[in-house]
Ligand binder design. Structure first.
Ligand SMILES: [Zn+2]
Length: 265
């Protein structure tokens, strides 16, 4: 008779029943937990988005800006004008573009994305970057993320720049070259370092992998990172890519520091 069952069969049935109950509960739990704004932890946000208050506090960067560095101008000096900074200290990369200024909301979003595993933010952040980098992407042949050192990648489980680069590559129909650039040593965090210390910190820390070389040779590339502070990291990555034969490297980031003291003109 079916009623005569051993303890193993009963345990198996109980386990299946528990699994079914958990599966049935999941949609209820999804509805019961309202999405939180990743920047302010308020409950009014759409899933994968920010609340209206945080949205209004984000400073999206739009023209007029320095054609080279993408740093916003206070007034419009006319098309193609470069900032004093770009003339005095030209970077290795061609042009840099950022979606937003690195202010409080942008910082909170980057932290949630990077350190709290909020990978669901990637489409929103990547979408803003796509808009900011439309021209660079239209002229590029491939997208390259700023690499993490393997030890940091292991600790954090994902490379935030590679995740954003993936969203951008897919949406723009460009190939993604996630392993073209390598970080040859784990550089200390840039936080709290001066501009010259940052440059020294990342010097010689990047190289193009032997396998990556044929993919970047003769190509125009867009290098993707989450935040641009002094520009030392993207500058050294660009040097490594250009040394390996890339014809041009443009830089696309989510947020950049806009220092009032460095405001052009
Ligand atoms: Zn918010």
């Amino acid at each position: 008779m079916a009623l005569l069952q051993g303890p193993e069969a009963i345990a198996g049935r109980l386990a299946r029943a528990a699994a079914n109950a958990r599966a049935a509960m999941l949609p209820i739990l999804d509805v019961a937990l309202p999405p939180l704004c990743p920047a302010c932890r308020d409950v009014h946000a759409q899933p994968g988005g920010v609340c209206a208050g945080c949205w209004s506090k984000l400073s999206f960067i739009s023209p007029p800006y320095c054609e080279r560095l993408g740093v916003p101008f206070v007034y419009d000096p006319g098309p193609g004008i470069l900032s004093m900074e770009a003339i005095a200290n030209p970077p290795a990369y061609g042009r840099a573009r950022a979606a937003v200024r690195y202010d409080d909301v942008a910082r909170a979003l980057v932290h949630a994305f990077k350190f709290s595993d909020r990978l669901d933010l990637a489409p929103m952040i990547g979408g803003w970057m796509l808009r900011a980098g439309r021209q660079l992407l239209a002229e590029a042949a491939a997208v390259v993320p700023v690499p993490l050192h393997w030890r940091r990648l292991w600790a954090r489980r994902f490379n935030q720049s590679a995740t954003l680069a993936g969203v951008i590559a897919e949406a723009s129909g460009l190939p993604l070259l996630p392993d073209a650039l390598q970080r040859t040593r784990a550089t200390p965090h840039q936080v709290g370092l001066s501009r010259s210390e940052r440059a020294t910190n990342v010097q010689g820390a990047f190289r193009v992998s032997p396998d990556g070389k044929p993919h970047i040779h003769g190509k125009r590339l867009v290098l993707v990172d989450d935040v641009l502070t002094s520009g030392a990291t993207v500058d050294h990555c660009s040097r490594a890519l250009l040394r390996a034969g890339a014809t041009n490297v443009d830089v696309l980031v989510f947020a950049r520091v806009v220092d009032a003291a460095r405001a052009p003109i």
